[in-house]
Design a protein around this ligand. Structure first.
Ligand SMILES: *Cc1c(COP(=O)(O)O)cnc(C)c1O
Length: 359
């Protein structure tokens, strides 16, 4: 019996994808070798890779004047690469500090150059976001940076600021393809694939081509976006296995209604849990209702002892990954695209039952 997987990342994958990998891992389409044994300069990989990129473009409606490719190093490497490339000497970059991930990004950028924090959620303990209408980039900003979904705090931007000529850059690691997004509003969107798109190893990069003209040059090769763009992400060996699995996940997303279909699923699934939280005084959500994440639902119980008990009993029921991140405590249920609605119904029922017994 497969467990009900609420892990925040790496996280649940569609069963169909795992089965396809199992069936194909030794002998890919009768070619007599595995995809993970093949050269990334060969036809077998390239055909799969091209399809992967084409499907990603189709699903997100990525315009022609954007490059799309995958890198290694996780989303974390991008915290450094973005300022190394785009934070020009004597200028600044605007950052929203909305939780753990954007704080890390801002902290790396501050080591490279001048960072202007235009929003800091610290006072609210990172439970709310700014209103997008009030956001104005600074005069000398090279770009404006935000994290669309704070995976640890469970807080998600519902819409995005209009930054005019200032490039908007977003970390969408944990909500990519969970909803439609107007890519043309962004100069760059990136994220680790291990939340919503596949197994760990690859980081997706979507970047408007003109960004390459406003970057610092003279960077070491791997850290320079222009080399990756010029080589379609194949400057060096890409994370082949991860990309193959991402390709299969993208096919699955397309078969299941694309980003619109994923949004409908996410709305239904998150409502099941938020309804329980809202109709009880036993469960509590710390997050401003207007910005609640549909991917990562953070909640608390009346005491830490009860939270421990909740996790232990849920684990016995085959529900994994419900403990909150070690930096914030509490509980968290991650409801990524691939998580089945019936698994969320099971969690809902478990929550109701737990409240009855302990409330
Ligand atoms: C997981 C996560 C990261 C870090 O990703 P790594 O691939 O582990 O470097 C960064 N940002 C967000 C929003 C995340 O969810």
């Amino acid at each position: 019996m497969r467990k009900k997987n609420f892990f925040a990342g790496p996280s649940v994958l569609p069963l169909e994808v795992l089965e396809e990998i199992r069936d194909q891992i030794v002998d890919y389409n009768g070619e007599g070798l595995s995809m993970i044994e093949a050269s990334h300069r060969g036809g077998m990989f390239e055909e799969m890779y091209d399809e992967c990129l084409a499907t990603f473009r189709r699903l997100l409606g990525i315009p022609e004047d954007y490059d799309v490719y995958f890198l290694g190093g996780g989303a974390t490497l991008q915290f450094a690469m973005i300022p190394m490339n785009f934070l020009l000497p004597g200028k600044s970059a605007d950052y929203a500090k909305t939780g753990s991930w954007s704080n890390k990004a801002a902290s790396d950028a501050a080591k490279i150059g001048c960072v202007n924090v235009f929003f800091d959620g610290k006072e609210s303990n990172y439970t709310t976001l700014p209103s997008v209408k009030d956001i104005r980039p600074s005069e000398d900003a090279c770009y404006l940076y935000l994290c669309s979904n704070e995976t640890i705090g469970g807080i998600e931007w519902q819409d995005f600021p209009d930054t005019g000529n200032v490039p908007l850059i977003a970390d969408m690691s944990s909500d990519i393809l969970s909803r439609p997004v107007d890519v043309s509003k962004f100069a760059m969107i990136y994220g680790g694939v291990q939340k919503n798109l596949g197994p760990a190893g690859a980081t997706f990069i979507i970047m408007r081509k003109d960004m390459l003209e406003r970057r610092n040059d003279n960077l070491p090769a791997y850290l320079d976006y222009s080399l990756h763009a010029k080589n379609k992400g194949l400057y060096n060996t890409p994370p082949v296995f991860s990309i193959w699995a991402v390709k299969l996940v993208l096919d699955w997303v397309e078969k299941n209604g694309g980003p619109e279909g994923m949004l409908e699923r996410a709305k239904r699934k998150s409502k099941l849990i938020y309804d329980v939280i809202d109709s009880s005084s036993f469960f509590r959500s710390p997050v401003d209702k207007a910005f609640r994440s549909r991917m990562n639902i953070v909640f608390r119980l009346p005491s830490e002892d009860l939270e421990k008990k909740f996790v232990a009993e849920a684990t016995e029921e085959g529900m994994l990954g419900l403990k909150g991140h070690r930096s914030v405590g509490g509980l968290r249920a991650s409801l990524y695209n691939a998580l089945k609605e019936e698994d969320v119904v099971a969690l809902r029922d478990f929550m109701l039952d737990f409240e009855k017994k302990n409330g």
